[in-house]
Design a protein around this ligand. Structure first.
Ligand code: HEC
Ligand code: HEC
Ligand code: HEC
Ligand code: HEC
Ligand code: HEC
Ligand code: HEC
Length: 317
């Protein structure tokens, strides 16, 4: 009875506001995706609960991955191997992918493994699940990113149409083709916000006394423009804008890495190379993980021809 009235309350609250373009959020939150409605539902009780809070699976990671593991064609796949983006130019999603649950990931975030949070001032152990970063019932943020990931009482906004831009919205109701296009890396342009969001947990990289910008390898600078310093600075902004030569083409060249365009107001302005573009966490790391060490976008720690490609796109040394 308690659960029932809670659900009703929540349903009313959740229906009160609609966040455009968001899934699993008011307007598109389908309780039955994750909760059993009645125990009389036709279901296989060995695979679908009910578990605590009437969830269909025994843990949040298992619940979310029951759709997001590549078995459901309309759900963006976040678990290695990922093939759904093979038809897109970048052949990747914006966030990349995790590896098997409860296995320590050397290539990005680990799920369900208690670990010390690296690059965080206060030593803290944490076991990540999808809800550590995404609000299960949605919120006003891009990808429903939680407003207070480190639990410090912060309220961090990363809003679509303000901080992040999408070229096309996913289909509603979702389709396989629509999700492939909408969640591919090519569909996302960044203006601001995500570096601050990541720095909530990795606070030694925040713009503060422990990491005054610019401060590569004291810690890497983020949210600093390529032309922030007069020539000859550390960076080569003209090389970055031209998009040819070192880092981009020839042996070890890789596609232009993501960047922030702080004054962007549209997808086009957020993805047009300019000297005022800024380096951000997303320039170098995938939000979930990648096939490279530390979830990097290129094989920096592995060595080889491409090991300095991203550095060269901005620095051209
Ligand atoms: C029943 C299948 C299903 C389950 C279970 C499920 N999802 Fe999803 N999820 C989807 C689909 C389908 C989409 C794509 C919707 C669209 O096209 O916009 C999606 C989209 C998302 C997005 C992108 C949202 C946006 O607005 O851009 C996030 C983040 C997400 N899911 C996280 C989760 C988390 C966290 C859980 C577990 C608490 C979860 N999902 C459980 C099917 C599911
Ligand atoms: C994408 C998956 C997903 C969908 C869709 C979803 N829930 Fe939940 N719900 C969860 C998860 C996961 C939890 C566990 C708490 C947490 O960590 O978010 C939860 C917890 C709850 C709780 C108990 C805790 C609380 O927050 O009060 C209630 C009640 C609830 N959900 C009701 C609903 C209702 C009503 C809907 C439909 C309007 C809904 N949920 C849709 C995943 C989902
Ligand atoms: C909720 C807290 C939290 C947030 C938010 C967070 N991280 Fe992490 N991060 C962790 C924890 C815990 C670990 C250590 C365990 C692991 O490897 O998953 C970690 C590890 C990492 C690692 C090392 C991975 C490896 O292979 O050793 C990188 C890189 C990283 N995070 C980057 C980011 C970036 C970029 C963002 C923003 C998109 C971010 N983190 C947001 C908690 C967080
Ligand atoms: C450490 C934080 C973190 C954790 C844990 C996390 N996500 Fe994400 N997720 C992000 C960020 C950040 C983005 C947006 C990345 C971008 O746009 O560059 C994202 C994007 C997504 C997307 C959009 C598609 C894509 O690949 O870009 C989906 C779907 C999603 N997450 C689902 C999940 C599910 C399901 C889980 C649990 C299995 C999960 N996430 C765990 C941080 C996280
Ligand atoms: C997206 C562009 C971008 C990428 C990629 C990038 N940098 Fe930087 N880097 C910058 C900016 C912007 C600054 C700050 C401005 C300056 O110092 O001239 C900077 C500063 C530096 C500095 C000077 C730090 C200081 O404290 O003065 C070094 C060293 C450096 N980067 C090395 C690297 C290396 C090594 C890589 C590859 C692992 C790399 N950068 C990748 C843009 C980038
Ligand atoms: C210019 C590229 C670049 C940028 C920008 C960048 N990183 Fe990194 N990051 C790296 C590289 C390279 C490594 C691995 C080598 C190292 O630890 O120095 C790394 C390592 C890490 C680690 C793992 C440290 C450990 O001890 O395992 C975390 C966590 C991390 N970065 C988070 C972030 C966050 C959060 C941001 C944004 C605030 C960010 N990085 C911005 C290149 C970058």
């Amino acid at each position: 009875m308690k659960t029932m009235s809670l659900s009703l309350c929540l349903l009313v609250t959740l229906s009160a506001t609609t966040w455009a373009g968001n899934w699993h959020a008011a307007g598109s939150l389908q309780c039955g995706d994750c909760h059993l409605q009645h125990s009389s539902d036709s279901r296989n009780p060995t695979t679908e609960g009910p578990y605590s809070i009437l969830l269909k699976k025994n843990s949040i990671n298992e619940l979310c991955l029951s759709c997001h593991d590549g078995t459901n064609a309309t759900s963006p796949d976040v678990l290695d191997p990922v093939v759904m983006y093979n038809s897109t130019p970048s052949q990747a999603s914006a966030a990349g992918f995790f590896i098997t649950l409860a296995v320590a990931n050397q290539h990005g975030h680990s799920l369900g493994v208690p670990t010390i949070v690296p690059l965080q001032g206060a030593s803290r152990s944490m076991e990540l699940n999808c809800s550590s970063c995404h609000a299960s019932h949605g919120n006003g943020n891009y990808r429903n990113l939680v407003e207070d990931p480190a639990g410090t009482g912060a309220s961090i906004s990363v809003v679509e149409g303000v901080n992040v831009y999408e070229k096309v919205a996913p289909d509603n109701p979702p389709t396989a083709g629509g999700s492939t296009v909408a969640f591919s890396r090519d569909n996302i342009g960044y203006a601001s916000g995500l570096s601050a969001w990541c720095s909530a947990c990795h606070d030694q990289l925040a713009t503060n006394n422990t990491a005054t910008t610019p401060a590569h390898f004291n810690s890497h600078p983020s949210s600093v423009a390529l032309n922030a310093f007069p020539a000859p600075g550390h960076t080569d902004a003209a090389h970055w804008v031209s998009g040819t030569g070192e880092g981009f083409a020839g042996v070890g060249g890789i596609p232009r890495i993501p960047f922030q365009a702080p004054t962007a107001t549209t997808f086009v302005t957020a993805t047009t190379p300019q000297m005022t573009n800024e380096v951000s966490c997303m320039s170098c790391h995938k939000g979930h993980g990648s096939s490279n060490a530390k979830g990097l976008l290129w094989p920096y720690l592995e060595g080889g021809d491409a090991s300095l490609s991203a550095c060269q796109q901005c620095h051209n040394k």
